[in-house]
Ligand binder design. Sequence first.
Ligand code: 5GP
Length: 196
Amino acid sequence: MNFLEERIVKDGVVKPGNVLKVESFLNHQMDIALMDQIGDEFKHRFADKPINKILTIEASGIGIACSVARAFNAPMVFAKKSKSINIDGEMYVAEVESFTHKNTNQVIVSKKFLSPNDHVLIVDDFLANGCALNGLIAIVEAAGATVEGLGIVIEKGFQDGGKNLRAKGYHLESLAIVESMNAETGDIQFRVQENA
Ligand code: 5GP
């Protein structure tokens, strides 16, 4: 097991409805030393890519993306969730259905912060069905920028987001891929990865 898988086994809690809670170290209380390890690991895995910008989605992606941005010495931009229907022409907009809240948000990024010169690494805490990543990819493509890679902390491999994005040819790296989890026993099984 890698450093992240070990931490998930130690502190993660499996909830009914295919939800893994990691709020004691990742998305409520945050272990910053772990965030920095995550940032360094993505820097290592995408070392051959000319990445000059990190993109994530609020709220839980932001802390992770800060550490990734520090590792790449690049700025970080986060897509904002907006209920407003009056978005002016200054924004890139995508629709994102929330896995955890079961609602749909418009997510927006100012046109000032993404341009065709950008080579973007998109990062997020979880990958389930892929709605969040697909929305962020749509925004990068609308800007004429390049998606260099997708960096996910925890992929739930029993949901289809990762499979579909890899099939489309994106370079997707997930630091832990949960193959199965059981809310009754708390048992978590990981996919064996070559570079983990
Ligand atoms: P997707 O858009 O891929 O269906 O779901 C990913 C988004 O939903 C992530 O931004 C993450 O915040 C949230 N999410 C999905 N599954 C889980 C989960 O099992 N636990 C937690 N804490 N968040 C999740």
